[in-house]
Design a protein around this ligand. Structure first.
Ligand SMILES: C[S@@+](CC[C@H](N)C(=O)[O-])C[C@H]1O[C@@H](n2cnc3c(N)ncnc32)[C@H](O)[C@@H]1O
Length: 282
C-alpha cells in the first residue's frame, strides 16, 4: 500500500512536536491519500500507456476498488472528453469521495463522473477504454475462481481495444512480518505486514498512523489478502480471455534506485521490495 515509498523504511522521528493532525482529529482517508496515493502521476501513466499502445487518447476510465474516487476525479480533470466511473462496494467511502472530491469538480466535470456502489465482480458500466484495479485491491480475491470471475467481468466491461491495468507487489520482504514507517509532513505512516501464511499465501496488513503529539491511530485500515505472484496473475488473466498481458517493471537511476518509470519487461530483478504494473489487453 505504500506505493509512494515502496515500503522502504525511513527512520522514525520519535520527538513529539505540534502538528496539524492528532489521532482524535485526523480523518483516516485524508491520511491514506497523503501516504499512499499519487493520482496525478498515476493518471498520467494511464493516459500515456494507453496512447503508446493504441495511438489515441482513452476517454472512458473505470476505477475499480475506487475508495475515495481520487483517481476517477483526476481523470475527468485531464481532458474535456474524459469520462469516469468509480466502483466500490462501500457506500461510505464513496460518499466521502463525493463530498471531498466530486463536489470540488466544476459542474461540467461532475456531469462526466459517476460513482457506482457495487461489487467489481458484477458491476456493469458502459464499455471502458481503461479499467484499473490499483493498490493491490484485487488481492482480496483468494482463489483462482474468484480472481478469474473478477477479471472476466473487467474484460466484459472493456471496449474491444480496451486495457485492464493492475499493480502488484513482491520481493523477499513481502514475505516478512514487519512494520515499516514513513515520515510524512505531519504524521508517520506505518505499513504493518502483520501476518503471512506460506501455506495459503494469505497476508494480513494494517495501516497505522502515529502523530507528533504521541497519539496513534492503530489499524486505520486492515487488508486480508492473498499475495499473488506475477505469473499466477498473468495465467488467470489469460484464462479470463485476455489476449495479452505485459509486465511493466520499474527502471533505475544511476545509483540503482527505482526511478518511478515503468516500462514493458520480459524479466525483472530480485529486488527485496518491488512494485510492478500489469497491462492486460482485451
Ligand atoms: C485498498 S482500497 C483502494 C483504494 C484506491 N483504489 C487506491 O488505489 O488507493 C480498497 C477498496 O476496495 C473496496 N472493495 C473491496 N472489495 C470490493 C469489491 N468486491 N468490489 C468493490 N469494491 C471493493 C473497499 O471498499 C476499499 O474502498
Amino acid at each position: 500500500m505504500a506505493k509512494k515509498d515502496k515500503r522502504k523504511h525511513k527512520a522514525k522521528d520519535k520527538k513529539h512536536k505540534k502538528g496539524r493532525f492528532t489521532a482524535a482529529t485526523a480523518d483516516k482517508h485524508v491520511l491514506y491519500e497523503l501516504s499512499v496515493q499519487n493520482v496525478k502521476d498515476e493518471v498520467k501513466f494511464l493516459d500515456s500507456t494507453y496512447r503508446d499502445l493504441r495511438g489515441r487518447r482513452a476517454t472512458l476510465f473505470r476505477e475499480d476498488f475506487a475508495g475515495t474516487t481520487a483517481a476517477a476525479c483526476e481523470w475527468v480533470r485531464i481532458a474535456d472528453e474524459s469520462r469516469a466511473f468509480a466502483v466500490d462496494i462501500d457506500p461510505d467511502v464513496l460518499a466521502w469521495g463525493r463530498s471531498r472530491h466530486v463536489e470540488s469538480l466544476s459542474p461540467e466535470q461532475q456531469q462526466r463522473i459517476e460513482l457506482v456502489v457495487g461489487d467489481v465482480v458484477e458491476a456493469s458500466t458502459p464499455l471502458a477504454d481503461i479499467i484499473v484495479g490499483f493498490n493491490f485491491s484485487y488481492f482480496v480475491f483468494k482463489t483462482r475462481d474468484t480472481l478469474r470471475a473478477y477479471f472476466e467481468n473487467a474484460r466484459r466491461n472493456l471496449q474491444p481495444d480496451g486495457i485492464f491495468m493492475l499493480d502488484c507487489f513482491g520481493g523477499s520482504e513481502a514475505y516478512e512480518e514487519c512494520e515499516e514507517e514513513t515520515e510524512q509532513d505531519d504524521f508517520t505512516y506505518v505499513w504493518d505486514q502483520n501476518d503471512f501464511d506460506p501455506v495459503s499465501a494469505d497476508i494480513q496488513c494494517h495501516i497505522h498512523f502515529d502523530f507528533p503529539d504521541g497519539t496513534e491511530m492503530r489499524e486505520a485500515f486492515t487488508y486480508n489478502w492473498r499475495l499473488w505472484t506475477l505469473p499466477e496473475i498473468r495465467e488467470v488473466l489469460a484464462e479470463a480471455g485476455f489476449k495479452k498481458s505485459t509486465v511493466y517493471w520499474e527502471g533505475a537511476d544511476e545509483d540503482g534506485e527505482g526511478n518511478d518509470e515503468y516500462r514493458p519487461a520480459e524479466k525483472g530483478d530480485a529486488d527485496p521490495a518491488w512494485i510492478a504494473y500489469i497491462v492486460a489487453e482485451r
